[in-house]
Structures are given as structure tokens and as C-alpha cells.
Design a protein around this ligand. Sequence first.
Ligand SMILES: Nc1ncnc2c1ncn2[C@@H]1O[C@H](COP(=O)(O)OP(=O)(O)OP(=O)(O)O)[C@@H](O)[C@H]1O
Ligand SMILES: [Mg+2]
Length: 267
Amino acid sequence: MQLNDDEVLRVNNLSISFGGLKAVDNFSLAIRKKEIFGLIGPNGAGKTTVFNCITQFYRPNAGEVIFRTKQGDVVNLVGRKVHTIIRLGLVRTFQNVEIIREISVLDNLLVGAHAEYKTSPLSQILRLPAARREERLMRQKAADILAILGLSELQDVPAGGLSYGVLKKIELARTLISGPVLIILDEPAAGLDDTETLQLSAIIKDLRDRFDCAILLVEHDMRLVMGICDRVCAISFGKFLASGTPEEIQNNPAVQEAYLGEEEKNV
Ligand SMILES: Nc1ncnc2c1ncn2[C@@H]1O[C@H](COP(=O)(O)OP(=O)(O)OP(=O)(O)O)[C@@H](O)[C@H]1O
Ligand SMILES: [Mg+2]
């Protein structure tokens, strides 16, 4: 179980099957500290399944997920509970936005902060001074993050009525509150228009710089991938296809063929 000094995550020989289907097949990947890393591949290639195996929403049949925690330990995540993983410094967003519509934008961020609270649930219920102080600090932190994302004026508004593009930003904001070392984003630009996608590209880069975290993202919008990723890995039919700089991946014949196959399927 090892990580190079400059790495934050290493996925080794990951496999998972659903019935007879090998959704992920002996797949490996390494992410460096503060890197923006893109995972690309045609529909159904296994990208979300890789994310689910890393974050332990799915238990892989084989393989290791070695992670450098924000506490500085190097651990294998396989078999750990989802909520403990957030505490170790790994957070994610979902391909379909997962926001609580009935509560305010700011409260949605505080839901993400739950793992961060140091005071006990009992002292929070009794509203003891330490718990009240902690709550105040968390609210301030949430407000600061919303300000960075340009969402300050919406912080007290119920999330339910807001546009899809704004909800995606709130989901992104929520990942930051727990002080992660790695953020996993599943199709952050899906459903956004060109202007919003361009804006999101700038935001993701800015967040990486401000919060000193690595970002692993799946995205079909190649302008976003090629524009902001330091390195890219391509997956097809659950198998590793290629990895390299955005230019190398764009010019890789095996990658081009994987996407061409998909276009022919869609005709
Ligand atoms: N829980 C599950 N049960 C059965 N099959 C699944 C499950 N999750 C994923 N699969 C299958 O595994 C394969 C990979 O799916 P996955 O969602 O990881 O693809 P993807 O690369 O994220 O695709 P997309 O770009 O469309 O989001 C698909 O064939 C899918 O049907
Ligand atoms: Mg997916």
C-alpha cells in the first residue's frame, strides 16, 4: 500500500461486475496533489462506477483505493463507510444534482459540514456555548464559500426554486465546506449552457488554487476537459484506454476510435 510523495489518490487494479457485466475491469489511476484530473469515455464506459468504487458507494470486487487523508495518513478506502470517507477529506458531487430543495442555500452547505463538527450532538441540541460558537464559525465559512462562487445574495433563499445551473454551483460549494484534499465531480457542466460552462471552468481552477485541493472530474464537454485538466485518462468498456496531457489524449488513436464507435451507434 503506497503512494508517491506527490500523490493524493491511487486506484490499483479496480474491478466490479454487475451480473455478467464487467463495468470496471482491472482499472488503475493516480492523482497528484492539487491536480485537476479528467476521466473521460463514452456513455456507459464505467466512469460513474469508478467514482462509486472510490467513494465506497459500491464495494469493488477487487482492487485498492489508496488515499492520503487530510490528517496525513495513507489508507485503503475499500470497505470503509461513506461518511467516514468525507471525514478523511474526500468529497463528491453527483451526476444528478443532490440538493435539499426545502432548506436554504446556506443550510445546504451546513449539511455538508456535519462531519466537521467537533462538539458532540448533545451539546449541539442543548445549544451549549462551544456548540453555538462552532455553529457560528461554520455559518461564516459557508457564507465565505458562497461569496467566492458569487452566490451571496441567494444564501437565505430556499434552494428549490433556483435554476439548474445555480444548483450545480451550490453542490460544488457544499464540497468545499469540509476542507477536502480531493473533490470528485461527476459531470459538473451537464445541463449548463456555453456561458455557464466557461464560467464553471474558471471557477473550478480558482477553487483548486484557493483551497489547495485536487479535483477528479468526469465530463463530456471536451472544451472544459481540455481547457482545465492537467492530465486526462480515457476509459472504454470498463478498461483503461490511455492517459496523458489533454493534447496527447485528444490525438490518441484508441481514444478517437472509442468516441467514433459511439457516434456511429448514435446515428
Ligand atoms: N448499480 C448498477 N447495476 C447494474 N449495472 C450497473 C450499475 N451501475 C452501473 N451499471 C452498468 O455499468 C456500466 C457502466 O455504467 P456507468 O454509469 O459507470 O457509466 P458512465 O461511464 O458513467 O456513463 P455516462 O457517461 O452515461 O454517465 C453500464 O453498462 C451500466 O449500465
Ligand atoms: Mg456517469
